[in-house]
Ligand binder design. Structure first.
Ligand code: NAP
Ligand code: GLV
Length: 310
């Protein structure tokens, strides 16, 4: 079995070493233009050229991450199975990142940081968790883990997905963006957490209309994709006071351009698309297991439905 490997903007030596150890029977090499055609590709953000050159022989493509939006923007061969990473160590990172952003906002911890600089000893007011219902959009591998984690801090938790779900301690809503379920979800949410995949249906989903349906003094935590958010609408809603602020890990343009207003905005906290990173050890073990199963003809978890886009 031959495998071609590509990881944009990342050192590859250790990945190749670990993959070769996990799949000793395979011939695994780094992709370069003109590389020999392989049976499987393992890659993150490959160029179109990789697909074009490799597709005649490829039996499956293993994405080194959860989101497949960048791949599906390429000219994707409709018969090529695409398999994404399920969790692979990302769910716990997402849960800790979102919990941190939520608690930092709820407990007004930034005030203490500013007061420390000013040498000021002053307690924040006590706020009620019941006044901060959290709504998680997307209840998949990552969203479900995040929603479950937040219930542990006793916040009321809502969740929204395309198909109905039952999660202990979570009030769930389902359906399309146009359905009443989505409006009800927004109307009962103050802290909006986005963990949707980026698809034509979810692009620009956090906009003036959706933000204005959230409870007053709303807060936004976007950890999915920058293209889910209409950035100017967020700035407008913060200026109006309806939205209190945001924690954003992903942006329409990454890296975030130097002149972007988010950098210096006092009510916006940013991080460089790092809320949950692909963990090498977990991912190598998962992909090796899946490639062996797939090659035997067994079904594997994480097979992307190309018509749905996730
Ligand atoms: P997933 O398992 O595919 O789950 C997606 C969830 O979104 C599912 O619950 C799905 O509903 C729901 N959904 C999809 N389209 C919908 C729609 N039109 N309306 C309502 N709900 C919809 O994905 P995941 O593994 O949790 O990952 C989610 C996203 O996180 C990824 O696609 C990626 O963009 C992002 N991500 C970001 C980082 C980072 O570092 N910032 C890291 C990893 C992933 P059903 O369950 O009903 O199908
Ligand atoms: C990272 O953003 C991923 O989709 O895995």
């Amino acid at each position: 079995m031959r495998i071609t490997f590509y990881f944009k903007n990342s050192p590859t030596d250790q990945w190749l070493k670990d993959l070769r150890a996990a799949l000793p029977q395979a011939d695994i090499t780094e992709w370069h233009p003109g590389a020999p055609q392989a049976d499987y590709a393992i890659a993150w953000q490959p160029p179109q050229q990789l697909l074009d050159e490799q597709k005649p022989r490829l039996k499956g493509f293993f994405n080194l991450g959860a989101g497949v939006d960048a791949l599906l923007k390429l000219n994707w061969p409709s018969s090529l199975p695409l398999i994404r990473i399920d969790d692979g160590g990302m769910a716990v990172q997402m849960a800790e990142y979102v919990s941190h952003a939520l608690i930092r906002h709820f407990r007004e911890l930034d005030r203490y940081a500013a007061q420390q600089q000013a040498g000021e000893w002053k307690m924040n007011r006590t706020q009620l968790r019941t006044d901060f219902p959290v709504g998680v959009m997307g209840l998949g591998v990552l969203g479900e883990r995040v929603a479950r984690t937040i219930t542990q801090f006793d916040f009321p938790v809502n969740g929204w997905s395309r198909t109905p779900k039952q999660i202990d301690g979570v009030r769930t809503f389902s359906g399309d963006v146009k359905d009443q379920g989505f409006r009800d979800f927004l109307a009962s949410t103050r802290v909006l957490v986005n963990l949707l995949p980026l698809t034509p249906e979810t692009t620009d989903i956090i906009n003036r209309e959706t933000l204005s349906q959230l409870l007053p003094k709303a807060y936004v935590i976007n950890v999915a994709r920058g293209a889910h958010l209409v950035e100017d609408d967020l700035l407008e809603q913060i200026a109006s006071g309806h939205v209190a602020g945001a924690t954003l890990d992903v942006f329409k343009t990454e890296p975030l351009p130097a002149a972007h207003p988010f950098w210096k905005h006092p009510k916006i906290t940013i991080s460089p698309h790092s809320s949950a990173n692909t963990m090498r050890e977990e991912s190598v073990a998962q992909i090796a297991r899946k490639i062996m199963a797939f090659d035997r003809g067994d079904t594997v978890a994480g097979l992307v439905d190309l018509s749905r886009g996730y």
